[in-house]
Design a protein around this ligand. Sequence first.
Ligand SMILES: [Zn+2]
Ligand SMILES: [Zn+2]
Length: 98
Amino acid sequence: MGGVVTGTEWAEVYDPSWRPSFTQNRQGLEIHFVGSCPRCTHGMTFNVTPAIPPSAGVATRGAPEEFTMYCACGHPHEGHPDGDNSCGAYWPYEADLA
Ligand SMILES: [Zn+2]
Ligand SMILES: [Zn+2]
């Protein structure tokens, strides 16, 4: 391949104006967020495994948690490191993981 990635061309891309909207699907213990990357607009799925509360049954529902979502579009992007097909963008996302 060749080519040296310099600076933050690929990774650590973040724009506070991004307000992506993802569809939330619970799959067993995982929650799958399905939507489009706000930067490259490729469709992607982001999987989150919420922390299991120590005592099951007393999870506080309705408390949104913020976590970092990152592009996982699977498309080859110029300048991406070998083996990682995404545009490198990440963004904070708030969702109810309970
Ligand atoms: Zn992409
Ligand atoms: Zn992307």
